[in-house]
Design a protein around this ligand. Structure first.
Ligand code: SF4
Ligand code: SF4
Length: 291
């Protein structure tokens, strides 16, 4: 029996999740609990409690018994994407996930193969389902009609070195989030420290597989601006090819206390970018929109 992934969403074309045009697979489940999360319903796995079923206004959800256990079934044909179920769920989860085997995912990729340069696995946190990713990437790299596709991971960087080493032979690149510089700030925002994030960045850079580091700017909350000298020094010792993407905090999709936080304006972002550039940081990528 091959690996099965729990998938929240698949986007057939994206131009912002790695180089070129990419099919992006968003896996369900995350090991961070970021206060600023824009998709908090991707954090946990559904436990089939059934609480959301009765709230669906069009009857797209039902509770069945499968192998003597309750199971929520989602009818995508009936669903109007009103997201009432997401607002109802007490677990930061979604009933709108699907299970995919590797052959099913390959079939889907083959339908798009003439229009994409590669695939990116994102989340949630992609690496929580690493055995599936390894099997999928391996199958792509060993299929004559798919081997030209680049295989990338978008991650919070919390996976162990051993995990990266397992996927490394099939991995073309990774995009890693650095949500804050100081441990206590990172822990406040995400619920975890950033030791492993730095280890992942170091390993991927050494292997030539760090495509992009993403810095999150939340005014007065993240420490990207107050630690600009230390961060610039760190970025300057990474390979020059690594893209430094600056993300501006916005309220879209955010719940809880982070809705009270100030958002990051274009002016603030440009000022931060200028301060990094003054300190020798190149390859900066700024947001296109501030919504
Ligand atoms: S998003 Fe779909 S499944 Fe969820 S409540 Fe709305 S119609 Fe029902
Ligand atoms: S999505 Fe949430 S509310 Fe619905 S069955 Fe799963 S855990 Fe329960």
């Amino acid at each position: 029996m091959g690996r099965v992934a729990t998938v929240n969403q698949i986007i057939p074309f994206s131009c912002v999740d790695g180089p070129g045009s990419r099919l992006v697979i968003f896996l369900q489940g995350c090991n961070f609990n970021c206060k600023n999360c824009h998709n908090p319903y991707t954090i946990d796995m559904c436990d089939n409690c059934g609480d959301c079923v009765a709230t669906c206004p069009v009857g797209a959800l039902s509770l069945i018994i499968e192998q003597e256990k309750p199971k929520v079934v989602w009818d995508s044909e009936l669903c109007t994407q009103c997201d009432t179920c997401l607002a109802t769920c007490p677990r930061q989860s979604s009933p709108k996930t699907r299970q995919y085997t590797v052959p099913q995912m390959l079939e889907l990729i083959r339908k798009q193969v003439h229009f994409i340069n590669g695939i990116t696995v994102s989340g949630g946190e992609a690496t929580l389902q690493l055995p599936f990713i390894i099997e999928l990437f391996k199958a792509i790299k060993t299929s004559t009609d798919l081997a030209h596709l680049s295989c990338m991971i978008d991650s919070n960087g919390y996976v162990s070195e051993g995990g990266w080493q397992q996927v490394m032979p099939y991995l073309d690149g990774a995009m890693i989030d650095l949500k804050s510089w100081q441990q206590h700030t990172h822990r406040y925002i995400t619920g975890r420290d950033n030791h492993r994030v730095f280890s992942s960045l170091k390993l991927l850079a050494a292997e030539g597989k760090l495509y992009e580091i993403r810095l999150l700017y939340i005014p007065k909350i993240s420490d990207i601006d107050s630690e600009v000298n230390a961060i610039a020094g760190y970025l300057n010792q990474l390979p020059a090819s690594v893209r430094v993407k600056l993300n501006a905090f916005q309220h879209h999709g955010v719940t809880g206390e982070a809705r009270q936080w100030d958002t990051c304006s274009e002016e603030q972002m440009l000022e931060l970018a200028a301060r990094l550039a003054e300190r020798g940081v190149g390859n900066l990528v700024l947001p296109n929109v501030y919504l």
